[in-house]
Design a protein around this ligand. Structure first.
Ligand SMILES: [Fe+2]
Ligand SMILES: [Fe+2]
Length: 411
């Protein structure tokens, strides 16, 4: 997708059409707008033209919006599908989960449209990978969108988001609030001071960190009868928390602003979420691990060889659908090959990549492992190769990794 995007709308309501026309004129991106009143015309146009994204109005007369979305998904899976709805309900999310990329409430169109184009562009670029699309479309539903998380997303999406209400929502689930507090009191958040209530946690950690924490806690909190699966799941959970903590610690040392430090934590927490999808949705996940082990290659390379895509792209796609900011999506998409991001400045990606290498090296206790996980070309491009190596040496010398281990046991 170049700089301009082609947006096709299936909308019959004149007032809504005019609002979108006005908004597109004013928006930062170069967007070409096409309006259709019948799905047949829209589908014909997608067939002949390069359409990047579609807006489908939920309230269509004489058409079933679900059928239209399903047809677009089947025939043109690379097109980003956005549903415009009067209101965002849990029922609607569950009903459209497998056919819609994003849902937008009509009343928030004005404040969200620019951001939506950026997110759609990111999703669109992921959807260029045919193997990824095939894999995702083979799932009967997207994983783990639990009611509490959906409610939280809905609150965050509204323009008058109330931190107090979000605190109360978390408090309504005792085990969730206990874990939110444990994580909020980890050493990397020490500058905030002791946090004793979930309401304080929401205010001090910010919405992105809280949202990632809830997702992380919910996705890792299921039991399994398969002991191998369960053991691997627990290892993965510990690894994600360690990468989150380490990437935030590195970003503090590299003097980035507070917002980016928190994004590093968020991205670290979710960076391997695609592995969880592979484990829960694909029967051959053990075969992939075995292939990695036998060929002595990292798991993401084994995934690429077997699936044509990896947990990094699967995770990035899901976070895109779940509405995370593009910096977080990029950190997840490129955490093993940051050079592919084509960016040469500090991003959460930079620190998640280094933290991943440090965490892998620590598990295997091997300096060579640390180097083997690093993308040196990328570090050179940012001019931080020496700094990163020195940071790693000082970090391990200071025994900070031990502190991380102790904290892990607490959580
Ligand atoms: Fe990882
Ligand atoms: Fe990974």
């Amino acid at each position: 997708m170049g700089n301009s995007q082609i947006l096709a709308c299936l909308i019959q309501d004149k007032v809504l059409i005019n609002r979108i026309k006005e908004l597109v004129k004013k928006c930062d991106k170069d967007v070409k707008l096409l309006i259709f009143k019948k799905s047949e015309e829209l589908l014909d146009k997608i067939d002949d033209d390069r359409i990047d994204l579609v807006f489908i109005d939920k309230d269509l007369a004489g058409e079933d919006f679900r059928e239209v979305l399903q047809n677009i998904k089947n025939d043109f899976p690379y097109v980003v599908r956005i549903l415009l709805a009067e209101s965002w309900s849990q029922q609607l999310v569950l009903m459209t989960n497998d056919i819609v990329h994003l849902i937008l409430e009509k009343k928030y169109l004005e404040e969200n449209l620019n951001d939506l184009f950026i997110k759609a562009e990111k999703l669109g670029s992921l959807l260029q990978n045919k193997d990824l699309v095939k894999l995702i479309n083979s799932f009967d539903s997207l994983p783990v969108l639990q009611p509490l998380y959906i409610e939280l997303l809905q609150m965050i999406q509204s323009s008058d988001v109330s931190l107090k209400k979000i605190g109360e929502l978390i408090e309504s689930d005792i085990s969730l609030s206990t874990r939110v507090l444990q994580v909020a009191n980890m050493s990397v958040f020490a500058h905030i001071g002791r946090i004793s209530s979930t309401k304080q946690a929401v205010v001090f950690l910010g919405l992105n960190v809280i949202r990632a924490l809830i997702l992380y806690i919910q996705v890792f909190s299921f039991d399994s009868n398969n002991s191998h699966f369960y053991k691997y799941l627990k290892q993965l959970e510990k690894h994600c928390l360690k990468v989150a903590e380490t990437s935030k610690a590195i970003s503090i040392d590299y003097n980035v602003n507070r917002m980016m430090q928190d994004d590093c934590f968020t991205a670290g927490l979710l960076h391997d979420i695609g592995k969880l999808v592979i484990m829960t949705k694909l029967e051959n996940w053990e075969q992939i691990l075995e292939h990695a082990h036998q060929s002595n290659i990292p798991v993401w390379k084994a995934e690429n060889e077997i699936l044509g895509t990896s947990h990094a792209e699967i995770g990035a796609y899901l976070l895109g659908v779940w509405g995370f900011p593009t910096e977080i999506i990029d950190a997840v998409a490129y955490h093993h090959k940051p050079l592919n991001s084509k960016k040469d400045f500090y991003l959460p990606l930079t620190f998640v990549h280094i933290a991943e290498a440090m965490t892998q090296a620590e598990d295997i206790i091997d300096e060579d492992t640390f180097y083997s996980y690093l993308d040196f070309e990328y570090l050179n491009k940012l001019n931080i190769k020496d700094k990163t190596i020195n940071f790693y040496k000082n970090f391990t010398r200071k025994g900070e990794t031990q502190i991380i281990d102790e904290l892990d046991d607490e959580v």
